[in-house]
Design a protein around this ligand. Structure first.
Ligand SMILES: [Zn+2]
Ligand SMILES: [Zn+2]
Length: 176
């Protein structure tokens, strides 16, 4: 994984401070967990990720135990425009850090406590935004004109989600 540059690092540290503050108001974080969340290294994902917006990485030790290594966020989240969603993604990763390893019912209950409900729902919008930024082709529906930004041609293999018409490839240079 790439290392965060100084600007990204500064942005990440502000996110950490804000998420910790909210978490402390939501539940009583014991001292151990507070230290874990204050100390965990923060980094960035590769910028070509579209569906993955954050990750918590662990390293297996020789004795088989897992050590927390780093929490990575998508670098495109580290801008003012996406700050609300970035806080939610970091909160999600911090729930993993404090020991909720799986996305089970308990995890989802905790995740739902995040106060900014609108931000918590921005995952699809961020994925779409990333796809638009990286798209070289739009798969266009000739029936309803819906567009699906993608990096590769569809080559007639995909159907419109809405009306099931075969999608047509249009290169991005013909769109802008
Ligand atoms: Zn997760
Ligand atoms: Zn359609």
């Amino acid at each position: 994984m790439p290392n965060a540059n100084p600007t990204q690092h500064g942005f990440l540290e502000h996110l950490r401070r804000d998420v910790l503050e909210v978490m402390q108001s939501l539940f009583t974080l014991d001292e151990d967990k507070h230290v874990l969340l204050s100390d965990v290294k923060l980094g960035v994902l590769r910028s070509n990720a579209t569906q993955r917006h954050g990750a918590t990485r662990w390293k297996r030790q020789p004795d088989g135990s897992l050590d927390l290594e780093v929490v990575d966020l998508h670098p495109a989240l580290l801008v003012g425009e996406w700050r609300g969603y970035a806080l939610f993604v970091l909160f999600h990763e911090f729930l993993h850090v404090v020991g909720h390893r799986a996305h089970d019912a308990t995890f989802r209950d905790l995740e739902r406590l995040w106060p900014d409900k609108a931000a918590a729902k921005q995952g699809k919008a961020f994925t779409h935004d990333r796809r638009l930024a990286r798209a070289r082709w739009h798969w266009v529906c000739p029936t309803c004109e819906q567009r699906y930004p993608r990096q590769r041609r569809g080559s007639g293999k995909y159907l419109c989600k809405t009306c099931k018409t075969v999608l047509v490839d249009v290169p991005v240079k013909d769109i802008h």
